[in-house]
Design a protein around this ligand. Sequence first.
Ligand code: HEC
Ligand code: HEC
Length: 293
Amino acid sequence: MSSAFSWYIIIGTVGSMLACFWLVVWTNRQRASSEEIKESESHVWDEDVRELNNPLPMWWLWLFILTLIWGGGYFLYYPGLGSFGGLGSWSQEEQYLKEVAAAESRYGPMFAQYGSMDAEQLVNDPTALNIGKSLYSNYCAQCHGSSALGGRGFPNLTDDAWLYGGEPAQIEHSIVSGRNGIMPPLAAVFADEAEIDAMVTYVQNMPEGMDATSPAHSKYMMLCIACHGPDGKGNQALGAPSLVDNDWLYGSSAAEIRKSIVEGRNGVMPAHGNLIGADRARILTAYVYKLSR
Ligand code: HEC
Ligand code: HEC
């Protein structure tokens, strides 16, 4: 914040508080007796309805003054007046860090206890799985869905089709270090649109069997087997999905398959190790492992 803007805020805030104070004092500078008021300022309507101008009761007046004093104290203690940080040196960030530290000291030992167990052991521990479930809703549901069924581009974690493998070590690796699937854009390797169309049809029919008579077959054997394998079952070391299992990450329509081939795909699973720590990653590994079985 520039210092001019900071002063603009300080002057505006303090100025309006002083103005309020002045208004309260000014409206009460002389308290007329109720008789005088009746005589001088009353307006009479409909013959007997009389409008008076009674001063505020004292307790009410003091409430105003107290709120002003409270406001002044608040601005001295907490940040609010321009860039003045307040005498209490309170900050949102510090409060957040304190709360995180408090939660960590409360739950940390419990997480650590589970973090030292194997995922295979944890799948039999209902408490650990319950914790896994709420960790899952906090950290994973926004991408993989609240029931972990995934969506377009986000893998289903409840089935047995795995990009990178469904053993605990592989799941944990996906969670802790993240994954980055790289399907290169391959438009340039086809001579014309018809060749691309033939490849799309070929891939779309792969779950029913690889058609060795199709001209696209030899192209597949040249361009795709390195990642998707000679049998089309994929390669978990690269995250290349099986193309023969009728389980499509990006959809089974010709348009989606064409897009995968022509433009490539680049699914990113962000690394969560630093965010959640090793213990929670272990609990989540067990939770996901259990989901898929
Ligand atoms: C920002 C979105 C996002 C978040 C958050 C996210 N994921 Fe993922 N995750 C992905 C994507 C996208 C992939 C697929 C990556 C690819 O295509 O290579 C993936 C892949 C995975 C895989 C590998 C699946 C396989 O088939 O091998 C696992 C396991 C996984 N995520 C678990 C989790 C867990 C547990 C969490 C919560 C801690 C989580 N993910 C949070 C987007 C996300
Ligand atoms: C360098 C390795 C590599 C090569 C070569 C490669 N792919 Fe892929 N392919 C991948 C990876 C990795 C993914 C998953 C991308 C992701 O996770 O976002 C993928 C995804 C796909 C998909 C989407 C699958 C789905 O479930 O939605 C199709 C279709 C596909 N590839 C077809 C092909 C075809 C056809 C060829 C040959 C012309 C080919 N790929 C060559 C690595 C490769």
